[in-house]
Design a protein around this ligand. Sequence first.
Ligand SMILES: Nc1ccn([C@@H]2O[C@H](COP(=O)(O)OP(=O)(O)OP(=O)(O)O)[C@@H](O)[C@H]2O)c(=O)n1
Ligand SMILES: C[C@](O)(CO)[C@H](O)COP(=O)(O)O
Length: 268
Amino acid sequence: MMSVAEHEPVSSHPHELARLGVVLVAAGRGERLGAGKPKAFVELAGETLIERCARTITSLPGGGHLVVVVPEELAGETLALLAQFTDAGSLWELSVTPGGRERHESVRFGVDALPEYADVVLVHDAARPLTPAALFERVATEVRRTAASVIPALPVVDTLKRVDANGVVHETVDRAPLVAVQTPQGFPRELLAAAHDRLGSVSAPVGAEQPTDDAEVVQRAGGTVLTVPGEALAHKLTTPGDLTLLLALLNAQGPGTQSPGTQDGASR
Ligand SMILES: Nc1ccn([C@@H]2O[C@H](COP(=O)(O)OP(=O)(O)OP(=O)(O)O)[C@@H](O)[C@H]2O)c(=O)n1
Ligand SMILES: C[C@](O)(CO)[C@H](O)COP(=O)(O)O
């Protein structure tokens, strides 16, 4: 069970000047992966996706607050996983909070759990466990420079077709103006919170889908979203085939990227 205490930081050594808040969303069920447990708790080469993301985030210079948003029943397990990142010298505070039914609800709960000093917020999917620190820094730097919302994006490399419900091809879609977007997505905190407030208070147009990312939440509120180059390593674990790809990416990075005690990159 969640308790009030679990909303409290499990370490408390924020740098005076650190104002970065990171919301690590890890409360999804991972239905497309079908691993029999929530995706963020699946291990890649012996380490959960949450641990891999937390290691990268708590390595970022300057420090700040990382809140990990998880299914309520896994809050205790998450706190135990995070204990290894709470050494006395760390500039990072860590906390755990329960998620919602939809991704955007989990993000909202995470933003609400951040301390007031966090004026720039990065929202990251636990499902992107190999995302390099450089991408977090690139996005955060651009948010601070522009005071705008910033997301990482990669060009689309495949030919795109529009098909109907039967899989019959109707046309080729021009890919030139299209990009595939990743996380971390970065925002001035007030702008993100206001956009999520608006999402919760304004009825969605008939037939409108739930927003799948925070850039969409900001855009629905009339905000502008900028892009920076993404990273192949920020690949998302969605289906079983992505596990093979992520392990290959991990192994290509070489020794030192496996968790202690693993040598072959095998997942459990
Ligand atoms: N209610 C939700 C739904 C998703 N997420 C998080 O949002 C990220 C991206 O979502 P996705 O890849 O779609 O994850 P799942 O919802 O777990 O996957 P699926 O749709 O296959 O069930 C993941 O880190 C997931 O844990 C979340 O925190 N809360
Ligand atoms: C936020 C996201 O990872 C950006 O690519 C993505 O939208 C997550 O949701 P999805 O349902 O897996 O597309």
